[in-house]
Design a protein around this ligand. Structure first.
Ligand code: SF4
Ligand code: MG
Length: 335
């Protein structure tokens, strides 16, 4: 395995403007110095509460939003330095599946037309070939040929997400960024769509970034999971390690909220106090300190770095840094 995608020190800061002349008075650091990689053929889950920057990360990777800073390497190419024309071509290799397929399917177009469009955009000139592919992919996602003549409103939520997935597959992508693809669906339908996505992954050797707000949803589909909080990756690990031995207090709290199937097993509940802070005015030091039951003095002053704790398991929390003492000394020296 080798990384298909490498993200280094990615930042997306949105200016906060005020007044008649739109003076910039600050920045929302929606994505703030995030680094990770995704190996070919694997699924990286990215989890966090709304506003943590996970969707913005997905959009920046697609360059639907331009990054403020950082490097994105995809399949050996630097995406961040591609011209918009080169990026347009590369987009056939990276596709997105959205949370609400209904909002992303043109209500006036038939499913056939919707599925044909990415082929037209990417230069498949032969109409017969396009129609053949539309039929093929409708069947691959569990629909059938005759659905091509129908309109989005004639389908259920689960079927619409199958259409959204088929559309993403039309250009034979390598990477699919799925932004909460099952959050809007009933629980029974969620499992079907997740199973479909797993089958497709095997069949087409797809690499997934699977964005969700709930650790339960990504558990079975992810090889590795990253947890984001206020624009930062606070922990990233192999799935088993993350679920068995979460290190970051935020991950522990998120996990304690996931229901367990075994009623005899009493989980320790770790409450997360309070709401997510205003991202335009985040807390100093560790941005989780306002809600963390383990807060120490240093936490309000020094930003914890994401560091390797054990092989492939990284965490950004002062509970695990040996550098804490050094940081305190430095801090005292500077006062
Ligand atoms: Fe809690 Fe401090 Fe760790 Fe932040 S750095 S998660 S406040 S213990
Ligand atoms: Mg979102």
């Amino acid at each position: 395995t080798k990384p298909l995608l490498k993200v280094e020190n990615l930042k997306k800061h949105f200016p906060v403007k005020k007044g008649l002349f739109g003076k910039t008075v600050g920045y929302v650091k929606a994505v703030d110095d995030v680094s990770f990689y995704v190996n070919e053929g694997e699924t990286l889950g990215i989890v966090g509460e709304s506003g943590c920057g996970k969707s913005t990360t997905g959009r920046v990777l697609m360059r639907l939003l331009e990054p403020t800073e950082g490097e994105v390497e995809f399949d050996g190419k630097s995406l961040t330095s591609l011209s918009s024309e080169e990026m347009r071509k590369t987009r056939r290799d990276i596709q997105m599946v959205f949370q609400d397929p209904y909002a992303s399917l043109n209500p006036r177009h038939t499913i056939g037309k919707i599925l044909e469009e990415p082929l037209i955009v990417h230069g498949v000139k032969d109409q017969k070939e396009r129609k053949r592919k539309v039929r093929e992919f409708l069947e691959i996602v569990g629909l059938s040929e005759f659905h091509a003549k129908r309109y989005p409103h004639q389908f259920s939520g689960g079927q619409r997400q199958r259409i959204g997935i088929a559309r993403a597959l039309m250009t034979n992508p390598k990477l699919i960024i799925a932004d909460e693809p099952v959050s809007a669906l009933d629980v029974s339908i969620q499992a079907q769509v997740l199973n479909l996505m797993q089958d497709l992954q095997k069949e087409f050797n797809l690499t997934y970034i699977f964005i969700a707000h709930d650790l339960g949803v990504v558990r079975h589909i992810s090889d590795r999971v990253g947890v984001m909080y206020l624009g930062k990756m606070v922990e990233i690990a192999d799935s088993e390690q993350l679920y068995d031995k979460p290190l970051h207090p935020y991950t522990q709290a998120l996990l304690s909220a996931v229901p367990v199937p075994d009623p005899d097993y009493q989980k320790e509940q770790i409450p997360i106090e309070g709401d997510i802070p205003n991202p335009a005015n985040p807390p100093t030091g560790c941005t989780f300190h306002t809600r963390c039951p383990f807060k120490m003095d240093i936490c309000t002053k020094v930003v914890p770095k994401l560091v390797d704790h054990s092989k492939g398991h990284s965490v950004a929390c002062h509970l695990y840094t040996e550098q804490v003492d050094d940081d305190i000394k430095q801090l005292e020296g500077s006062i």
